[in-house]
Structure formats: structure tokens, C-alpha cells
Ligand binder design. Structure first.
Ligand code: HEM
Length: 235
């Protein structure tokens, strides 16, 4: 039987190529973004990691999730530090269309946590192994360009990324060995996680839509909606 780590890599190879080719990702690697774009990116990631890490902590005793419970990979804190430094706040204003994609991503995580917690493994795989791979490369590019700015998202309390990725893959393989029936579903969920990230990149590359592009109000008035959504208070 094929190992889960190999199966995941093969199954998501196409989705990975698509992620690498996303306009916003290319923009990040070229360092050609405005502060506002980078702040929106940090915010979107922070929202996703808060949700993912909340469930991982709650489910840390879950037989499958416990195998990939690595709090040293958690990114909520580093994202909040970067947001504070780049935006002067951890709750910046963001455009409605980005809020909608973030809500969609978070909704899926919540749905899984409540019904199929083992499939959160797929989301953790896409984000954390991505952070230790392409994310590490991006960190080096940004360090060279913005060395004097906060880049905590790319920093960890350990140095050996290869060892961490290998350990992560070993744990994925153990999950596949113990629960072979989940392999296909975990792969499909990983593809979905790539899609959800793709939708975020798409929304991020749309920037702040001009008011003329937002929908008219339901009352038919021609007063235009603000493209910026007020930030709801976090519970
Ligand atoms: C231009 C952007 C990107 C580059 C250059 C890049 C590069 C890479 C490289 C070189 C690896 C192989 C690492 C290894 O086997 O040790 C890798 C793996 C990975 N990347 Fe990316 N990546 C990019 C974007 C992304 C994005 C946006 C995501 C997710 C949202 C992502 C998710 C992953 C995952 C999950 C793996 C692990 C694959 C596996 O071995 O199972 N990558 N990436």
C-alpha cells in the first residue's frame, strides 16, 4: 500500500503547480506588493490559522490529529506580531470579497472539526508543509528585500526544516497505515484545501475593488456600498 505522504504529494501535484502560478504568489516572490496587500495577506492567513489551530488544540487527543500535533509549527502568534508591525493593529479593515473567501475557508474547517476531525490533517498538511517548503523560500526572498521589517511568519524555534518535514511525513504515513480507509478522503480534502488557498490568492490579487464594482444596495438606491468590511469582534 502506498504511503499517505507520497499519495498526498502525487494527488495534489497539479494543485501545487497551480498555487505556485497564482498571480498573488508570484507577486509575493517578486516582492512587488504594497503594504496594504501584504497586510491583507497576513490578515487572511491569521484568520485561517486561528481557526485551524483552535481545532487542533481542542482535538489534540484525537488519535489521528495527535500524530500531527506540532505546536512549534503554529503560526497564529507570528502572524499577529507581523500584523501589529505592518498594520499597527491585528484587526485591519479588509475588503468584503476577501472576507467572504476567508469565511468560506473557515466554514469548511469548522464543518470538519464538528463532523470529520481526522480530515483536518489534510488542511494542516497543506499549510504547514507548504510553510516549511515554498514558505521558507519566500521568507529568504523577503528577508533580502525587507530585512528591516517584521517577518516572524517565516521564523521558527528550530533550524532543521528537512528533519521537521520528514518527521511530519512519517506521522502522515502512520495515519495512513492505521486508517487506510481515510487515505482517499484525506487526499481529496487536501486538494480542497489548495482550492481554498487559491480562492484567497485570487481575492488578494483583486486588491480593493473600486466602489463602482460593488453591488447596488438592496433598497435599490444608487448609494454604493463601502468595499471595506467592518471587522466583527472576535468572540
Ligand atoms: C511559488 C510558490 C511556491 C514554491 C516555489 C513552492 C515550492 C515548493 C517546493 C520546492 C516543495 C518541495 C519541498 C520538499 O519536498 O522538501 C514544496 C512542497 C510543498 N508545497 Fe509548495 N511552493 C510554493 C507555493 C505553495 C503554496 C501556495 C502552497 C499551499 C498553499 C504550497 C504547499 C506545499 C505543500 C503542501 C508541499 C509539500 C509537498 C509534499 O512533499 O508532500 N506550496 N513547495
Amino acid at each position: 500500500m502506498e504511503k499517505l505522504s507520497l499519495r498526498l504529494r502525487e494527488f495534489t501535484a497539479q494543485a501545487h503547480r497551480q498555487a505556485e502560478g497564482a498571480d498573488f504568489v508570484k507577486k509575493l516572490f517578486r516582492g512587488q506588493f504594497t503594504d496594504s496587500e501584504y497586510i491583507q495577506y497576513l490578515w487572511a492567513l491569521r484568520e485561517v490559522y486561528v481557526e485551524m489551530e483552535k481545532w487542533m488544540e481542542k482535538q489534540s487527543q484525537h488519535p489521528a490529529l495527535s500524530l500531527v500535533f506540532f505546536p512549534e509549527l503554529f503560526r497564529t502568534q507570528s502572524l499577529n506580531q507581523d500584523l501589529q508591525a505592518w498594520a499597527g493593529t491585528t484587526e485591519p479593515e479588509v475588503p468584503n470579497h476577501l472576507q467572504a473567501e476567508v469565511d468560506n475557508y473557515i466554514h469548511r474547517l469548522k464543518e470538519l472539526a464538528e463532523n470529520r476531525p481526522e480530515l483536518i490533517v489534510a488542511h494542516a498538511y497543506v499549510r504547514y508543509l507548504g510553510d516549511l517548503s515554498g514558505g521558507e523560500m519566500l521568507g529568504r526572498v523577503l528577508q533580502a528585500r525587507f530585512g528591516d521589517r517584521a517577518l516572524n511568519f517565516y521564523r521558527y524555534d528550530f533550524d532543521d526544516f528537512e528533519a521537521k518535514k520528514n518527521l511530519y511525513r512519517e506521522r502522515l504515513d502512520q495515519i495512513g497505515e492505521k486508517w487506510p480507509d481515510w487515505i482517499e478522503e484525506i487526499c481529496q480534502e487536501a486538494e480542497r484545501a489548495f482550492d481554498l488557498n487559491g480562492a484567497l490568492f485570487q481575492a488578494l490579487s483583486q486588491g480593493e475593488r473600486r466602489p463602482s464594482e460593488s453591488a447596488p444596495l438592496a433598497d435599490g438606491s444608487n448609494k454604493l456600498k463601502s468595499p471595506m468590511a467592518p471587522r466583527p469582534e472576535r468572540a
